[in-house]
Design a binder for this molecule. Sequence first.
Ligand code: NAD
Length: 356
Amino acid sequence: MRFTYEPLPYRIIFGSGSITQAAEEVRRIGKRVLVLSTPEQRGDAQALAASLGDLAVGQFDRAVMHVPVATVEAAAAVARELAADCTIALGGGSTTGLAKALSLRFDLPSIAIPTTYAGSEVTTIWGLTENGVKTTGRDQRVLPRAVIYDPDLTLSLPAGLSVASGLNAIAHCVEGLYAVDGNPIVSLMAEDGIRVLAKSLPVILADPANEEARAEALYGCWLAGSVLGAASVALHHKLCHTLGGAFDMPHAQTHTAVLPHAVAYNAPAAPEAMERASRALGGRDPAMALYDLAKELGAEMALSRLGMPHDGIAKAADLATRNPYPNPRPITEAGIAALLERAYAGLPPESVVVTA
Ligand code: NAD
């Protein structure tokens, strides 16, 4: 065994009602906090600001997807005007993304209070969009100083969004299991992440107010975010990125439809990863188990119905093989085309049976 592991210096406060610890956390990093949110979560952000009393100097409630530079600059101007010395991001990946951009560009440290399962609060990955072009990178300065995981705040996350976001988190875990820079700690987190998410998501779909399942899913998403933050991604994420960019396909749904096929493709070359994934999925063949889980959760599994044209298969297979990256099984144009053909039609993955 041989590996390098550099844990990120994050501080996690987890548990029902833990949002009440926000003031204590703000005091650790600053004196004047700007509360960030999307317009949709303005009310919750207002309540949070009120609970912070004099510590909260104001609100910026214009966070949107993909972190446009103009939004970051507008938020920075508000922060400057109010002499804020830190931010608190209440919301999903979009709001956390804004806080990260403010850390990167304007040195404002942040606290994250996630309300979705995106997991970005525990990664050093930042993103910024300017003139329609999204740039991403990794920088430790963007890591929130503390993350408050309060499952009560996820009770309002609609079941459909919860499922899409949770399946995405499973994809982070799966690829962490066979990442070129993975290690035994990452694998432990990934395996447990898959286990708790696969268990809790069906419960959430049936009963979105189930507190135990909400807590489990949020714990799983912390693990998934940690895996994403610690290890590189491979075939699955790269392929989804290619499809999203080439055919403007919906992010989370594309991930869900591709994952079982990417797992089936890599299975023969990643037996240890598959053994762990199988253990997390009740001893079943992981590719088939993930396909069945997504179907059970009502996901659309045909890329054709997510906006992919049939002649896109050849184009995507070509694009996917142009820039080589580490992956357990060599990536061939024919192999990717065959994988995509099945995903296009929504067929089950062509699986080599690997179980724990
Ligand atoms: P989001 O933050 O865009 O939120 C989607 C919508 O749901 C928003 O309107 C939001 O206000 C609402 N919402 C959030 N929580 C809610 C709740 N509990 N109840 C009701 N409504 C709620 O969505 P997201 O999926 O969390 O984040 C997606 C973004 O995050 C993408 O841009 C993606 O690229 C990014 N991301 C970044 C990383 C990273 O490491 N940098 C990781 C994962 C995702």
